[in-house]
Design a protein around this ligand. Structure first.
Ligand code: P1T
Length: 390
């Protein structure tokens, strides 16, 4: 039985999410890509096989890599054992003395690998408000080789104009690589390569996997030379995902568009609810006109995502009380799964930025709004918020 390969050209995102990189198994016709649970492959002729060793290549991983590349509108995809492993591999493109300009709000683990791992190997990092193009322009230096943005950022949901930053970098000496961590937006909502970014990275642990049952990372890009170097590093360093994890992400991605529609709709309702609640001091959601990046988000994103941050009145103690008393929202790190999560970044996901200029307000609560019925989610938050006296 011969698989009928699909061309990605002219297929809509929803169709690619289900079919890209995948065709019925050539041996059995299995519609789902098999989990090739093997570490090595028998070779008919010495050293000439396509498949030799599973750190280097695995068919389940190849299907995932091709699928993610198609979803980001890129030529090449690479999968990793975690989002941090993907970030680590991208940083290995640099050399001692190179400078990275990063968003002044990023995932705590990203800040940690920058400052506590790569600084000791001679890379330099500085942080800037990426929403302010004049500040970005003023921060550029001659030895800058990479600009690293999250948009929306974790956890403050700051929005950067990807196309404007790409344009600005195109005329800078040395043409720094523009890397976008697209974890919060997903390729369904935002495709940074099409806006001029050079490299897109993901924690696929989040929306792409979508079910809080797998840890993984990805890199997607168009440039062949950079891809060849990253592919070399993927094998040389070896932080590759196992085939079962690749299968789980492939399965999760099939419903990404459906899930994101619901995440966005639920989050918009909840953001409005929070904005009108007397115990809430400030709501941060790119879909609200009060968000400073609302206009840019409306232009470069298809929807505003499922993440909301808010500050409660009553300080860190009040935040703790709310976060510990929801019943549907689980008190947990991570995000992007079908189930709703609540956390306090200063005490959980962003402990490693404490004492730095990126320190997060201890009264800030972050929600990963799931795909449950929105009325149940609002009632859950209402009950928890009623416990704090204002
Ligand atoms: O956890 P891991 O799959 O290694 O991904 C790291 C990572 C990278 N980039 C962003 C934007 C992230 O949010 C993360 C992981 N974030 C969490 C675990 C969290 O709760 O914010």
């Amino acid at each position: 039985m011969q698989p009928r390969p699909l061309s990605n050209d002219a297929l809509a995102f929803e169709t690619l999410a289900i079919h890209a990189g995948q065709s019925p198994d050539p041996t059995t016709g299995a519609v789902m890509t098999p989990i090739y649970q093997t570490s090595t492959y028998a070779q008919t002729s010495m050293g000439e096989a396509v498949y030799d060793y599973a750190r280097t290549i695995n068919p389940t991983r190849s299907a995932l890599q091709d699928c993610l590349a198609a979803l980001e509108g890129g030529r090449y995809g690479l999968s990793f054992a975690s989002g941090m492993a993907a970030i680590d591999t991208i940083l290995r493109l640099l050399k001692p003395g190179d400078h990275v300009l990063a968003s002044n709000d990023v995932y705590g683990g990203t800040f940690r690998i920058f400052t506590r791992v790569y600084e000791q190997y001679g890379l330099q990092f500085s942080f800037v408000e990426m929403g302010d193009l004049n500040a970005v322009r003023a921060a550029l230096r001659a030895n800058m080789r990479m600009v690293w943005i999250e948009t929306p950022t974790n956890p403050l949901l700051k929005v950067a104009d990807i196309a404007a930053i790409a344009e600005l970098l195109s005329s800078h000496v040395g043409r720094p690589l523009l890397v976008v961590d697209n974890t919060f937006a997903t390729p369904y909502l935002q495709q940074p390569l099409k806006l001029g970014a050079d490299i897109v990275t993901h924690s696929v642990t989040k929306y792409l996997g979508g079910h809080s049952d797998v840890v993984g990372g990805a890199v997607v890009l168009n440039d062949e030379a950079a891809y060849n170097r990253l592919k070399f590093l993927q094998n040389a360093v070896g932080a590759v995902p196992g085939p079962l994890d690749c299968f789980l992400v492939l399965r999760g991605v099939k419903t990404l568009p459906l899930r994101m529609e619901r995440h966005c709709a639920n989050a918009m309702r909840i953001a409005h609810f929070l904005e009108s609640h007397p115990a809430v001091q400030r709501v941060i959601y790119p879909g609200l006109p009060s968000h400073p990046g609302h206009a840019i988000a409306a232009r470069q994103m298809r929807g505003f995502g499922g993440m909301i941050s808010f500050v409660v009145k009553g300080g860190p103690e009040a935040a703790r009380r709310v976060a510990e008393h929801t019943r549907i929202f689980a008190l947990a790190e991570s995000l992007g799964g079908v189930e709703s999560l609540i956390e306090v970044p200063a005490a959980m996901t962003h402990m490693s930025v404490a004492g730095s200029p990126l320190e997060v307000d201890a009264a800030l609560i972050r929600l990963s709004v799931g795909v449950e019925h929105v009325d149940d989610l609002i009632a859950d938050l209402e009950r928890a918020l009623s416990l704090i006296s204002i």
